[in-house]
Design a protein around this ligand. Structure first.
Ligand code: NAG
Ligand code: NAG
Ligand code: NAG
Ligand code: NAG
Ligand code: NAG
Length: 271
């Protein structure tokens, strides 16, 4: 009960911070000429939490009690790129990010469960959303709302776990898969994607990230006009994810015991 209301407090706090953001525009130092920066496409990257947690420490989001992380591919970011795969970023030295504009509040449950950030220390994901919008989103032709809607709509459209399941590719710690099977499953669903792997100390490949090229208007998948470095062996593992893998050490208790100073967000938001 108490924990529940604490997590409510955290959610409200996140909202409050969102409101604060509206009034404190952020300056970024990197200056890329916005005049000649033209983003031709969007590049959505989804990450498999089973591999993320297997490969290193992963932490329970601070909002997990109300909105647990989905047992699914999670959103990492959506970048802006040109035709050659060059990243276009930092197009506006002023950045306003607000969780309150338009339909953004209705996206909050999705943000917390599928665009959570499992890095440590435990965080509420907001620094990553904000960073994605400020660094890349501002170089897109979309406004903040449409940018975020595009991220979710295209993630839903990709429906990766289902695509894999239909092709008998399911998370497993006992069976490995051929990279070719993975690529075929994606191609069968008209998904032009880049598959990335993490490498275990014994050299084995773990399915780590899948990225999609998306039209600049955020509405459709397109064939990626560039390749990326191959990081997967011809055989790879797709380990299961279980929420119990997340480290809860820094979860919740700091609110009661030390006030809000340890909340990572305030500091990050001031960047
Ligand atoms: C830069 O961002 C600010 C704040 O969101 C906005 O008012 C301004 O119009 C933007 N400038 C350009 C050139 O897009
Ligand atoms: C978590 O957020 C940090 C910065 O806010 C970002 O660099 C990192 O890529 C994110 N990780 C994931 C897995 O989303
Ligand atoms: C964002 O752009 C869409 C049209 O592309 C418009 O309908 C919507 O009102 C805009 N939202 C905001 C918050 O400016
Ligand atoms: C995004 O998905 C929602 C819900 O399925 C839908 O109502 C909306 O039209 C979609 N928007 C875009 C821009 O694709
Ligand atoms: C893929 O695209 C082809 C050609 O446009 C179409 O016939 C097929 O139905 C699509 N498959 C899926 C799974 O959407």
């Amino acid at each position: 009960m108490a924990a529940k209301s604490r997590s409510k407090t955290i959610s409200l706090l996140a909202l409050f911070i969102g409101i604060l953001c509206l009034y404190f525009p952020v300056k970024t130092t990197a200056a890329v000429a916005k005049s000649d920066a033209a983003a031709d496409l969007l590049y959505l990257t989804l990450v498999w939490p089973g591999t993320f947690c297997y490969s290193g420490q992963c932490c329970m989001p601070t909002t997990a009690e109300a909105y647990p992380p989905a047992n699914d591919f999670l959103i990492e970011e959506m970048k802006t790129m040109d035709q050659t795969g060059k990243i276009i970023q930092d197009c506006n030295e002023t950045c306003r990010f607000s969780i309150n504009v338009g339909p953004m509040p209705s996206l909050i449950p999705d943000l917390y469960s599928t665009w959570c950030n499992l890095t440590c220390p435990c965080n509420n994901g907001l620094p990553n959303w904000k960073n994605t919008w400020c660094t890349y989103g501002q170089c897109s032709q979309l406004n903040q709302t449409d940018f975020f809607i595009a991220v979710f709509n295209m993630t839903t459209k990709a429906n990766l776990l289902n695509v894999f399941q239909d092709n008998n590719i399911v998370p497993s710690s006992s069976a490995s898969y051929k990279l070719k099977e993975i690529n075929t499953a994606l191609a069968n669903n008209n998904l032009s994607a880049h598959v990335e792997c993490a490498t275990k100390t014994d050299g084995a490949s773990l399915l780590s990230k899948i990225s999609f090229c998306i039209s600049a208007d955020g509405l459709s998948f397109i064939n990626c006009p560039f390749d990326i470095k191959q990081t997967c062996n011809s055989e790879l593992w797709f380990y299961p994810f279980n929420i119990n893998q997340l480290d809860t050490e820094c979860d919740y208790d700091f609110v009661g015991s030390g006030g809000l100073i340890k909340m990572p967000t305030l500091k990050h938001l001031a960047m």
